[in-house]
Design a protein around this ligand. Structure first.
Ligand code: GN1
Ligand code: MG
Length: 344
């Protein structure tokens, strides 16, 4: 259990009855998410306002996308928050934390790791379709919900800063990971050069395309819709492609402590690329297509640096269930990065 109670004022605003059964759902690292069964099933979420300091920006970005899609792709299933009785999508509890409510999509499920090429093809197609359907929307209308979210250069600087401020005891625990992380520093240069070259186009990207952010139909295995739209904002396609590579190619998730179980599955990678390009290929320039092999390395490196920086800072950002969890995650991501780098 998450240990967080649903405030009475929030339950009232969303007309959730006292009889409702409420339990945790999902495996996100940032918010608290609950499945509410109250006649019908609903998904209630407490937004972590320490991370998303301006939750209205998320709501506005999502609204822009929803309005555009309802005109240009009316049959596309885009999940939007339900409104309370006053018409608000965000309901603020007394402690200042905002809450929101979503419909629960029946007969769907998420997965934490990929088990087949069909499944990864579906997921990659699903995430690609989101960006494809939003092609044509004016990106300048969107505000970043989180600044410099996938800016590898900035993430590296944040890691260095965390290292400079960490205690000697913490650094000693993370010695091997810190050393390994610095050996991939060239990827930062590669990222900077790619951005400077101007060959990447800003599009509306999901920016959190890990495999458990897509709902699959339980019966057919088809991708039904994408979830977790907090970071729907302008970005480069390599962010979404890269995060899929990061979370799909290995048979184990980022939580796996036994690095010997991490592997690069070529057939999964190929199917992923095929699925994504089935939606994106005609939108991508030759310069963008040339950046495909960089995508997975870049996003895996970002997560290694972010997990490691959080460990060095004393675990202030990601939810952890045991003290060394962020270090384990960083080690896991560095092992995966090593494998991805061997692919070229
Ligand atoms: C966080 O909370 P969740 O699981 O949706 C993080 C992502 C990371 C992910 C790693 C806002 O996402 O960027 O890729 O953890 N989201 C934020 O599992 O930092
Ligand atoms: Mg997320």
């Amino acid at each position: 259990m998450s240990g967080i109670e649903i405030p009475a004022s929030v339950a009232r605003a969303f007309t959730i009855s006292a009889k409702a059964s409420i339990g945790p759902i999902g495996s996100g690292h940032i918010h608290q998410t609950f499945l509410v069964e109250d006649g019908k099933k609903l998904v209630l979420q407490r937004i972590n306002k320490n991370v998303f300091t301006r939750p209205e920006v998320i709501a506005r970005n999502n609204r822009l996308a929803a309005d555009y899609l309802s005109v240009h792709h009316p049959h596309y299933l885009f999940l939007t928050a339900l409104r309370d009785e006053k018409g608000n999508e965000l309901v603020y509890a007394e402690d200042g934390f905002p809450w929101r409510l979503y419909p629960h999509i029946e007969n769907t499920a998420t997965v934490d790791f990929v088990t087949s090429t069909d499944q990864v093809y579906e997921a990659a197609k699903g995430f690609g379709l989101l960006t494809r359907n939003l092609h044509g929307i004016d990106c300048r209308q969107f505000e970043p919900a989180l600044d410099r979210f996938h800016d590898l250069h900035w993430r590296y600087e944040q890691f260095e800063e965390a290292l400079n401020r960490a205690s000697l005891e913490t650094i000693a625990k993370a010695k091997a990971e810190v050393e390994q992380a610095t050996t991939f520093r060239d990827l930062v240069e590669e990222y900077n050069n790619l951005v400077k070259s101007g060959s990447l186009t800003l599009r509306i990207t999901h920016n959190d395309t890990k495999i458990n952010n897509i709902l699959f139909d339980k019966l057919t295995g088809k991708a039904v819709c994408v979830i977790d739209l907090d970071t729907l904002m302008p970005g480069y396609f390599i962010y979404d492609l890269g995060d899929m590579v990061r979370t799909c190619v290995s048979p184990v998730s980022e939580e796996e402590a036994d690095v010997s179980r991490i592997a690069f599955r070529k057939e999964i990678y190929d199917a992923l690329l095929e699925g994504h390009l089935s939606q994106m290929k005609d939108l991508l320039s030759p310069g963008e297509l040339a950046a495909v092999p960089f995508a997975g390395k870049m996003m895996t490196y970002i997560m290694a640096l972010r997990f490691l920086a959080d460990f060095l800072r004393g675990n202030t950002y990601y939810t952890i269930h045991y003290p060394e969890q962020n270090l384990v995650r960083a080690r896991n991501q560095l092992a995966l990065l090593q494998l991805l780098s061997q692919q070229g």
